[in-house]
Design a protein around this ligand. Structure first.
Ligand SMILES: CC(C)(COP(=O)(O)OP(=O)(O)OC[C@H]1O[C@@H](n2cnc3c(N)ncnc32)[C@H](O)[C@@H]1OP(=O)(O)O)[C@@H](O)C(=O)NCCC(=O)NCCS
Length: 197
């Protein structure tokens, strides 16, 4: 697997708060637990597996160590306020595709953190050699869909009744995608790559 080169930690400003973004490692395990505990149940439905289950987090942390997942963690002081994951299946015929997951704690939403984290993931996707990013969420996540569409993701598939929540209620799932290569080429053409680095 290609080692991402982007340097971390990085500090960004989100509506007056200084947020530090670093690479997630297995040492962030308990911070990740706290972040997931802060989420409403419905927000967990955007990932295929239930991340409130310790076994799923164990697998995530193991995947960080063996390079199957590249994750960032965002902190406001000591408090974890967001994280990302780019998941690649290196043994599949879609190893050029990265599945992107972004999570911001409810109290930090609407501050620009989600957008900043997604943009960090674009830079990481390029370094990882990913050609296409996909992301999925239930169709009632209007804010999330608005953020991704604004960042040039396009709806690519809709799966009816694909997600069952804890009460057994069924939800439709939308998959949005982003052509990383095409956007990078456009940036190169306009001389934006260096400016965005
Ligand atoms: C999706 C998510 C990461 C966005 O995080 P965020 O920090 O609130 O995003 P931002 O503050 O950067 O907002 C980005 C844009 O979306 C817009 N936006 C935010 N909430 C919105 C809403 N309810 N309706 C429409 N647009 C909205 C903002 O105005 C902003 O646009 P601007 O930069 O032009 O002002 C966050 O809502 C989340 O964690 N959701 C639960 C998990 C999830 O569904 N993840 C997505 C699947 S991977």
């Amino acid at each position: 697997m290609t080692e991402a080169l982007r340097s971390y930690p990085r500090s960004i400003e989100c509506t007056g708060s200084q947020i530090e973004i670093s690479r997630m490692t297995s040492a962030d395990r308990s911070a990740l637990d706290r972040l997931i505990d802060s989420l409403p149940d419905h927000d967990l439905l955007f990932v295929p597996r239930d991340i409130s289950h310790p076994k799923v987090i164990d697998a995530w942390v193991r995947a960080l160590d063996n390079g199957e997942v590249t994750s960032l963690i965002a902190r406001n002081g000591e408090t974890v306020v967001g994280c990302t994951a780019i998941v690649i299946d290196h043994l599949s015929w879609s190893r050029h595709v990265g599945e992107l997951r972004v999570l911001v704690t409810p109290s930090s939403r609407g501050t620009g953190l989600g957008r900043a984290l997604i943009q960090e993931c674009f830079a990481q996707a390029l370094e990882l050699g990913i050609k296409k990013l996909v992301t999925q969420m239930t169709i009632d996540q209007h804010a999330a869909i608005a953020v991704f569409e604004d960042l040039s993701f396009k709806a690519e598939a809709l799966f009816r009744h694909h997600v069952a929540d804890r009460m057994g209620e069924l939800h439709d799932l939308v998959v949005l995608s982003h052509d990383v290569d095409a956007v990078a080429k456009r940036h190169e053409l306009y001389g934006l790559s260096d400016a965005l680095g």
